[in-house]
Ligand binder design. Structure first.
Ligand code: TTJ
Length: 641
C-alpha cells in the first residue's frame, strides 16, 4: 500500500514536471523551430553515444521513418528496467523525470554545449508518442508514452515483454508533437552532418543513418576510424596540403586532450573546439589554451632556428595559424558554458590542461619533424609580411573613407537613427532595389542595392575585399567596422540597424548571393550573426488569384501543391514571380517588407558556417568538386520554410 501511495505521489510530480516542459518548450530545447526539432534526435542519440563512451555500444542507427517519426537504436546494455525505489521501473523514471541539471532556465545547459544533456524526458514530453523497446536479460521489454504520460499498464510493477532475445540494446521511436513545433519535418542535411561529426569524434563507433521518407531508401554509414585526423583531412580535401596531419593526445588534471592539425596553402585559419563531443561554436578556454601555447612554442622555435632574428618582434598568433586547420577535442568531467549561445567553454582548468598537453606534445613532434616545422614557419613569415603591408594599406583606406556614410550614392537610408528600430535590406539587383525603395517605410527601413554577384571573400585578401565598392559601402552603412585575422576593429555597439535583411530572388542565383553575403559576414563581422542581427527575407514564388475572393501568396512548389489539393475545384490564375523585380511596390511591401505580414528567417551560426564551406567548394580553385556540389544541391536551393 505504501508503495502505491508513493507511486501516485511521484507520478503527479512527474506530470507537473513534464507539463512545464510543454508549457515552455523553448526553455528546454532552445527553440521550437527547425533547430529545436532536430535537437530532439541529438538528445536521444547522445544517450547512445554516452553508452559507447562507457565502452558498451559499438553501433547506433538513426532512422527517419516514412511516417515522420524517428527511430534511434543502439547495441548497448539497454536502459535498466528493474524496479526503482521510487516505485516504478528505472526506465520509466528516465523518461518521465527531468534529470539533474535539467531543471529550469540556464541550468539545462550545464552538462555540455548547447542543449546536450537536457534529457530524454524532455523529448518524451514533446512527442505525440514515444515507444521504447529494451533488449536485456533475455527479453524485449516494452514501454510507451503519449505526450510524456505512460500508456502501458505495468505487470506486477514491471514492464510487459514482447518476447525473448539474446541481444541487448535500446530502441526508441518517437513522433514530435505538431502542437509544439512550428515544423515537424526533420532536416536530413543537418542530421547527417551532425552524425558525421559524431563519427569523427568517436573513431570506434559505427553510425547508420537511414532516410525512409517520401519513398526514399537512403542509407549512409558513418565510420571514421581515423578520428579527428580524418576530420581535418576532410576539411582540407579540396586544398593544397602542406604536410601530413599532426595528431597528439595527452592527459592533465583529469582532462583528456586530443588535437589534430594540418596546414594548407590558404589565408585562413579554421580551429574547431569540442568538449565531450559537443561542438563549441564560440570556442572557449580549450581553444585559447591551444592557440596561446602553440604560438609561444612556434615563436621559440623561430628564434632557435633563426627565422626570427634578435631585433625582430614575435609572430602574432594569427601569423602562425594562417592556413591552419585544427580540431581540438577535450573530455572534461564537469564542463561549464557561457556566451550568447552557451557554446563557449568556460573552465579555466580546461585551458591549462590543453596548454600543457599542447606544449609538451607539439615540441615532441617538431623535435622529430623539422621539415614540417620549417614549412609552417615559412607560412608564418609570409603571413607576417602580408600583415604588415595590409596594416599600412588598411589604415590609409579607413582614414580616407571614414566619413563617407550618407554621401554614398547607393544607400537609401532611413530617417530614424534609433538603431533598435532600424532595418537595412540588402537587395539584389537595381530594379528590385528601386521597387524596394518605393515600397519601404522610409522612417525605419533602409535599402542597400547590390548589383550582380559580390566578390567572393573566401579567397580574396583583405585589401581586395575592402577595395570592393559594394562591400565597402555595406561596412560603412552598418557603421560597426569589421574584424579579420589580424586585428579587431569591430564594435557591435556602433551597429546602426537592429536587423540586416538579405533580400535575394528565390532561385539558385539568389541562394548563391545569400551564400556569398553570409560568408562575408561570417568572416569579417561574425558577431552580427552570433547576436542574431542577420535575416534572410523569404519572398513568395507564386500568387494565386481565384475569380472570387482573396488571392494567396505561396512560397514554394510544395505550398502550391497543397493549395491545389485544398481547393480542388477552384479556377484561379497563377502568377509566378521570377524575381523580386517583378513585384510591384505594394506586393513587395506585403510579402517582404511589412513586419506584420512578411516572412523571413533569422540566420544561425551553423547556416553561416555551412555557407562559408559551400563558398569554398563553389568558388575554390578545385573545379571537379564544384560541379559535383552544384549538382547535388541544385534542388536544395529552393526555399526552406
Ligand atoms: C546504464 O547503466 C546500466 C546499463 O545501461 C546503461 C544505459 O542506460 N545504457 C543505455 C541507455 N544505452 N542506451 C541508452 C539509451 C539509448 C537511447 C536510444 C535512448 C536513451 C534515453 C538511452
Amino acid at each position: 500500500m505504501a508503495k502505491k501511495d508513493s507511486y501516485n505521489e511521484s507520478s503527479i510530480q512527474v506530470l507537473e514536471g513534464l507539463e512545464a516542459v510543454r508549457m515552455r518548450p523553448g526553455m528546454y530545447i532552445g527553440s521550437t523551430g527547425r533547430k529545436g526539432l532536430n535537437h530532439l534526435i541529438y538528445e536521444i542519440v547522445d544517450n547512445s553515444v554516452d553508452e559507447h563512451l562507457a565502452g558498451f555500444c559499438s553501433r547506433i542507427e538513426v532512422i527517419l521513418e516514412d511516417d515522420g517519426s524517428c527511430t534511434v537504436k543502439d547495441n548497448g546494455r539497454g536502459i535498466p528496467v528493474g524496479m526503482h525505489e521510487k516505485g516504478m521501473p528505472a526506465e520509466r523514471l528516465v523518461f518521465t523525470t527531468l534529470h539533474a541539471g535539467g531543471k529550469f532556465n540556464n541550468d539545462v545547459y550545464k552538462t555540455s554545449g548547447g542543449l546536450h544533456g537536457v534529457g530524454s524526458s524532455v523529448v518524451n514530453a514533446l512527442s505525440v508518442y514515444m515507444d521504447v523497446q529494451i533488449s536485456r536479460d533475455g527479453y524485449i521489454h516494452h514501454d510507451r508514452f503519449e505526450k510524456g504520460t505512460p500508456v502501458i499498464d505495468l505487470v506486477n510493477g514491471l514492464l510487459p515483454t514482447l518476447g525473448r532475445t539474446k541481444e541487448t540494446g535500446t530502441r526508441i521511436n518517437f513522433l514530435p508533437d505538431g502542437e509544439i513545433f512550428e515544423k515537424t519535418r526533420f532536416s536530413a542535411q543537418d542530421l547527417k552532418s551532425r552524425l558525421h561529426e559524431t563519427a569523427y569524434l568517436n573513431p570506434q563507433l559505427v553510425i547508420v543513418f537511414r532516410d525512409l521518407r517520401d519513398g526514399r531508401n537512403e542509407e549512409v554509414i558513418y565510420s571514421e576510424p581515423e578520428g579527428i585526423i580524418g576530420f581535418v583531412k576532410e576539411m582540407n580535401k579540396n586544398q593544397e596540403q602542406l604536410h601530413e596531419p599532426v595528431y597528439f593526445k595527452g592527459e592533465s588534471d583529469g582532462i583528456i586532450v586530443e588535437a589534430a592539425f594540418q596546414y594548407v596553402r590558404d589565408f585562413q585559419e579554421n580551429v574547431l573546439g569540442f568538449c565531450n563531443n559537443i561542438f563549441n561554436a564560440e570556442g572557449g578556454t580549450h581553444i585559447t589554451g591551444f592557440k596561446t601555447q602553440f604560438t609561444s612554442v612556434m615563436n621559440s622555435y623561430a628564434r632557435e632556428i633563426g627565422v626570427l632574428k634578435e631585433k625582430d618582434s614575435n609572430f602574432t598568433g594569427a601569423d602562425i595559424r594562417n592556413g591552419m586547420t585544427a580540431v581540438v577535442s577535450i573530455k572534461h568531467p564537469d564542463p561549464r558554458f557561457e556566451g550568447q549561445t552557451k557554446t563557449k567553454l568556460d573552465n579555466p582548468d580546461a585551458g591549462k590542461a590543453t596548454g600543457k598537453v599542447t606544449g609538451e606534445e607539439v615540441v615532441r613532434y617538431f623535435d622529430r619533424n623539422l621539415p614540417v616545422l620549417k614549412t609552417i614557419l615559412e607560412c608564418a613569415e609570409r603571413s607576417a609580411k602580408i600583415r604588415r603591408s595590409e596594416e599600412r594599406a588598411k589604415s590609409n583606406m579607413l582614414t580616407r573613407q571614414k566619413y563617407s556614410f550618407d554621401s554614398n550614392g547607393k544607400l537609401a537610408n532611413c530617417e530614424s537613427r534609433d538603431a533598435k528600430r532600424c532595418e537595412i535590406f540588402i537587395v539584389e539587383g537595381d530594379s528590385a532595389g528601386g521597387s524596394a525603395k518605393m515600397a519601404r517605410d522610409r522612417n525605419f527601413q533602409a535599402i542597400f542595392p547590390i548589383r550582380g554577384k559580390i566578390l567572393n571573400v573566401e579567397k580574396a585578401s583583405i585589401d581586395k575585399v575592402l577595395a570592393n565598392a559594394e562591400i565597402k559601402g555595406m561596412i560603412n552603412a552598418f557603421g560597426c567596422g569589421f574584424s579579420e585575422g589580424y586585428g579587431n576593429d569591430f564594435d557591435i555597439t556602433k551597429l546602426r540597424y537592429d536587423k540586416i535583411i538579405i533580400m535575394a530572388d528565390a532561385d539558385v542565383d539568389g541562394a548563391h548571393i545569400s551564400t556569398l553575403l553570409l560568408t562575408l559576414f561570417y568572416r569579417f563581422m561574425p558577431d552580427l550573426i552570433y547576436e542574431g542581427h542577420v535575416y534572410i527575407a523569404m519572398p513568395p514564388l507564386y500568387k494565386t488569384q481565384p475569380s472570387r475572393g482573396e488571392g494567396e501568396y505561396l512560397y514554394d512548389d510544395k505550398a502550391l501543391e497543397r493549395y491545389r489539393k485544398k481547393h480542388p475545384n477552384q479556377k484561379f490564375t497563377l502568377q509566378r514571380y521570377k524575381g523580386l523585380g517583378e513585384m510591384d511596390p505594394q506586393q513587395l511591401w506585403d510579402t517582404t517588407l511589412n513586419p506584420e505580414t512578411r516572412k523571413m528567417r533569422r540566420v544561425e551560426i551553423e547556416d553561416a558556417r555551412m555557407a562559408s564551406e559551400m563558398t569554398e567548394i563553389l568558388m575554390g580553385s578545385a573545379v571537379p568538386p564544384r560541379k559535383a556540389f552544384i549538382y547535388e544541391h541544385a534542388t536544395d536551393a529552393e526555399l526552406d520554410i
